[in-house]
Design a protein around this ligand. Structure first.
Ligand code: IPM
Ligand code: MG
Length: 363
C-alpha cells in the first residue's frame, strides 16, 4: 500500500494540463502515493446540477490531502442556462466549488506564499518574500446574501434604513474565526523565523467586523512578543506594498481583503503562474494554483504549471515530507534562474509539460 492517499481533482480548462505537469514532478520525486480522481467542475454542473458531487466530498474526507487544478465559474444566470434541460426547472443555483469546499470542510486557513525566485523576468523586484494568511470561511464569503432584502427583516428597527429592493451581503466575522487564522499566522511566523505579522483591515470604517479582527489581532500579537506586529488599512496597504514590499513579511487578513492582496502579492512575484495556495482545515487540506481555468488557453498546453507544482510542494510540506518539498522548491528555483525554459507568460515558448520536465530534471 502506498504511504499516502491523494484526491486528484483536475477540474476544468487548463486544470487538467497543469495537474498533468504536477504529476510529472511528483512521480520523478518518488512521492509514495495513490491518486484517486475526483469529479469536480463545470461538466458536473451541466450534467448533474452539482459541480461538487457528494461522491467527491466523500473522497476528500477519505484522503490525506487533495490537489486541485481549476474550475470554470459563471454568474448564476449564465450557469442556469447551461444546465441539462431536465434540470432547468429545479431552482438549482451555482456556487463555486472551491468556496463550497472551504465551507464544507472548514478549511479556515488560506495560505499563500509569494516569493520572487531570483532571475524570474516577471519579478516586480528581486528579493520579495511575502506570505499571506487569508481567513477562508467567513467575512463576505460567509454566504448569507439576499438578492432582495426580506420585507420582514426590514421591519426590524436596525434594518429600517435599508431601502426596498436592496441587495444585501452580510460580512460575518466570529471571534473564534478571527483568532484561529491570526494564531496560524503567528505560529507560522515563529516556526519559520519570520520577523513580522501585519494585520490587514478597514476597521476605521467597517467597525464591527473588521474592528473585531483588529482587536483579536492585538490580543494574539501580545502572546507572541518575539514577533513584531503592525496593522494597516487595506487601501493604504495596497499602496505601501507596492512602494516598499520589503517592509512586509507575513500578512493576515479577513477573507475578501486576503483575496485581493494575495493577487497583488502574486503579481509582484510573476503573476498567477507562480501563485500557489493551501486551503487548510483540521481534517482536510486542498492545495491549488491560485489561477482559474483560463478557458481561452484550454487544450493548448501553454500555461505555466509552476503555480500547481508549487501547490504540490505546499502539500508535501503539510504532509510532513519536508525534504521532498524542499527539493521541488530548489528545482523550480534552478529552472527559473537558468532561464532556458520559459513558458509564454515569462516571454518564452516552452509548453506546460516541457516546463514540468525541466523541473523534474533538476530534482
Ligand atoms: C481565489 C479565487 C476564488 C475566491 C474564486 C475562484 C471563487 O479568487 O481562490 O482567490 O474568490 O476565493
Ligand atoms: Mg482570488
Amino acid at each position: 500500500m502506498a504511504k499516502y492517499k491523494i484526491a486528484w481533482l483536475p477540474g476544468d480548462g487548463v486544470g487538467a494540463e497543469v495537474m498533468e505537469a504536477a504529476r510529472i514532478v511528483l512521480d520523478a520525486l518518488g512521492f509514495d502515493a495513490e491518486y484517486h480522481h475526483g469529479d469536480i467542475g463545470w461538466e458536473f454542473w451541466k450534467k448533474e446540477g452539482d459541480a461538487l458531487p457528494q461522491r467527491t466530498i466523500d473522497l476528500l474526507r477519505s484522503c490525506d490531502a487533495a490537489l486541485f487544478g481549476a474550475i470554470t465559474s459563471k454568474p448564476a444566470k449564465a450557469a442556469a442556462e447551461e444546465l441539462a434541460p431536465e434540470l432547468r426547472d429545479k431552482g438549482l443555483s451555482y456556487r463555486s466549488p472551491i468556496v463550497r469546499m472551504r465551507q464544507l470542510f472548514d478549511l479556515y486557513i488560506c495560505f499563500r506564499p509569494c516569493k520572487a525566485y531570483p532571475g524570474n523576468p516577471l519579478n516586480y523586484k528581486e528579493g520579495i518574500d511575502l506570505v499571506v494568511f487569508r481567513e477562508n470561511t467567513e467575512d463576505l464569503y460567509f454566504g448569507l446574501e439576499f438578492p432582495e432584502f426580506p420585507e420582514n427583516l426590514r421591519q426590524l428597527p436596525e434594518f429600517s434604513r435599508i431601502p426596498e429592493k436592496a441587495a444585501v451581503s452580510l460580512k460575518v466575522n466570529t471571534r473564534r474565526g478571527c483568532e484561529r487564522i491570526i494564531e496560524a499566522a503567528f505560529e507560522y511566523a515563529r516556526k519559520n523565523n519570520r520577523k513580522k505579522v501585519t494585520c490587514v483591515h478597514k476597521a476605521n470604517v467597517v467597525r464591527a467586523s473588521d474592528g473585531l479582527f483588529l482587536s483579536v489581532f492585538k490580543e494574539v500579537a501580545a502572546r507572541y512578543p518575539d514577533i513584531a506586529s503592525d496593522d494597516a488599512n487595506i487601501d493604504a496597504l495596497t499602496m505601501w506594498l507596492l512602494k516598499n514590499p520589503f517592509n512586509y513579511d507575513v500578512l493576515v487578513a479577513p477573507n475578501l481583503y486576503g483575496d485581493i492582496i494575495s493577487d497583488l502579492c502574486a503579481q509582484m512575484v510573476g503573476g498567477l503562474g507562480f501563485a500557489s495556495s493551501g486551503n487548510i482545515g483540521e481534517k482536510v487540506a486542498v492545495f491549488e494554483p491560485t489561477h482559474g481555468s483560463a478557458p481561452k488557453y484550454a487544450g493548448q498546453y501553454k500555461v505555466n504549471p509552476i503555480a500547481t507544482i508549487l501547490a504540490a510542494k505546499l502539500m508535501l510540506d503539510w504532509l510532513g515530507e519536508k525534504e521532498m518539498a524542499q527539493r521541488i522548491d530548489n528545482a523550480v528555483a534552478k529552472v527559473i534562474a537558468k532561464g532556458e525554459v520559459r513558458t509564454y507568460d515569462m516571454g518564452g515558448n516552452a509548453t506546460t509539460l516541457e516546463m514540468a520536465k525541466a523541473i523534474a530534471a533538476e530534482l
